[in-house]
Design a protein around this ligand. Structure first.
Ligand SMILES: [Zn+2]
Length: 370
C-alpha cells in the first residue's frame, strides 16, 4: 500500500478516496488518465483537507486548551484561525498527508485546459455495480456500497464540484474553523470576491452549487425533508452561542438548554462534536463525502444530508465521547457509556435510527433536538 493511501485510511475509517475506488484504470483512456492525475489528485487533496480538519480526527480533549473561546461570531472583515486542535500524532499525519498530496503549481491549472473524455464516470459506475439491491433498508445497512440506481456526477460536474470545494476550503482557511460553521453563502461569496487568495467563484461553479441545492434529493435515495428553503440562509450572530473548547455553536434557547442538560446528566466526558452548520459548511462536508464516494451523490447522501436537508442548520447537534476520535462518528459510539447514559435518560432521541426510512446510515451520535 502506498504511504498516501495508508495515511488516508488511517485518517478516515470509511474513506474510499476517489481514484482508489471502483473505476479501474484499465477502463480509462489515456486522456482519462491525465484527467485522473489532475482532477482526482486535486479532489483527493481537497477531501483529505476536510477530513483532516474536521471533527472525526480532532482530539476533543486538548481542543479546550488550544482553541480560543470567542463568544460571538466574527464580524466580516476580521479573521481568526481558531479551529479544533489535532493531537501531536494526528497533526504529524495531517502534515505528511498534505505534503504527499501537494501538487506542483504548474499542474494546478491543467484541469482548466484538459479535454474531458467521452467516457463519463456515470457509465463506469453503472458498469461495475457491486450490488443491485434497491431496498432502502439494505442501502442504510450497507451505506458505502454502490448501487445500480445511484446517481453519479458527470465528469464536467465532478470537476466543478472539486473546484468549488477547493474554493470553499480556502474560505474556511481565511475565516477560521469556528466562524466557518455559521457562515452564509453571501458572506462566502464576498470573502471570495475580495480575497485574491480565495478567488471569486465562477458562474459555472455558482450554477453548479445552485443546481445541487435545487436537486430533488429523493432521486438520490435520500428521503429526509428539506429544512432550509433558501440557499442564502443566514444564521444570526445573536441566535447562536459557542461552546467552549469545541469550535462549535449551538442555537440559543432550546438547543443550548438541551445540550447543557445532557452534559450535566452524562458528565464532562460528553462533548459537542458538531453543532450549528449553515449551508456552506454542509456543502463542504457533502462535497468532500462525494469525492470519497468517487462522485456517487447517492452514496454520499447515505452518510450526510445534502445541503438544505441537514437539521444541524436548525437545532440538532452531534455529541461524542471526549477522546473518542473517529469512533465518535461510527456505530461504535452506541457501545460507549456516554451513549448508554443518554439512552437511560429516557428523553433523548437520535435522528437517524438503525431502521430509519430516510435512506441514511445509523447515526447514534446525532441528537434530535427539533
Ligand atoms: Zn449530525
Amino acid at each position: 500500500m502506498k504511504r498516501r493511501e495508508f495515511l488516508i485510511q488511517s485518517i478516515s475509517a470509511s474513506a474510499v478516496i476517489a481514484g482508489a475506488g471502483y473505476a479501474s484504470l484499465d477502463m480509462l483512456s489515456r486522456r482519462h488518465l491525465r484527467f485522473e492525475r489532475t482532477v482526482e489528485q486535486r479532489a483527493t487533496r481537497a477531501a483529505a483537507k476536510v477530513m483532516v480538519e474536521n471533527n472525526p480526527t480532532m482530539d476533543e480533549g486538548i481542543a479546550s486548551v488550544l482553541t480560543p473561546d470567542t463568544s460571538s461570531v466574527m464580524p466580516l472583515g476580521e479573521k481568526t484561525q481558531a479551529r479544533p486542535a489535532l493531537s501531536y500524532l494526528q497533526q504529524q499525519q495531517a502534515e505528511q498527508l498534505m505534503a504527499d498530496l501537494t501538487i506542483p503549481d504548474d499542474e494546478l491549472n491543467i484541469v482548466e485546459e484538459v479535454a474531458l473524455p467521452d467516457t463519463s464516470i456515470e457509465n463506469i459506475a453503472l458498469a461495475t455495480p457491486q450490488e443491485s439491491a434497491i431496498n432502502v433498508q439494505q442501502k442504510v445497512s450497507n451505506f458505502e456500497t454502490n448501487y445500480t440506481d445511484d446517481v453519479v456526477l458527470s465528469e464536467a460536474d465532478y470537476k466543478l464540484l472539486v473546484q468549488s470545494l477547493e474554493r470553499i476550503n480556502r474560505v474556511q482557511d481565511y475565516v477560521g474553523f469556528g466562524n466557518f460553521n455559521v457562515l452564509s453563502l453571501d458572506e462566502t461569496l464576498k470573502y471570495a470576491k475580495y480575497s485574491p487568495r480565495i478567488g471569486e467563484f465562477t458562474k459555472e461553479e455558482l450554477d453548479f452549487l445552485e443546481k445541487m441545492f435545487n436537486y430533488n434529493s429523493s432521486r438520490l435515495g435520500f428521503f429526509g425533508e428539506k429544512v432550509i428553503a433558501n440557499i442564502t440562509n443566514v444564521v444570526a450572530t445573536n441566535d447562536v452561542v459557542k461552546m467552549p473548547g469545541t469550535g462549535h455553536y449551538v442555537f440559543r434557547g432550546h438547543s443550548e438548554t438541551f445540550y447543557n442538560n445532557l452534559t450535566s446528566e452524562v458528565g464532562d466526558t460528553l462533548i459537542l462534536t458538531s453543532g450549528v452548520r449553515n449551508i456552506v459548511k454542509q456543502y463542504q462536508l457533502f462535497m468532500a463525502k462525494t469525492v470519497q464516494a468517487s462522485g456517487n451523490l447517492s452514496r454520499a447522501s447515505r452518510s450526510l444530508a445534502p445541503p438544505g436537508h441537514s437539521y444541524h442548520a436548525i437545532g440538532d447537534f452531534d455529541v461524542g465521547r471526549v477522546g473518542g476520535g473517529l469512533a465518535n462518528f461510527t456505530a461504535e459510539f452506541a457501545s460507549t457509556d456516554e451513549f448508554k447514559k443518554l439512552q437511560d435518560l429516557g428523553y433523548v432521541q437520535i435522528r437517524y435510527t438503525a431502521d430509519n426510512k430516510l435512506g441514511v446510515r445509523y447515526e447514534p451520535w446525532h441528537i434530535r433536538v427539533v
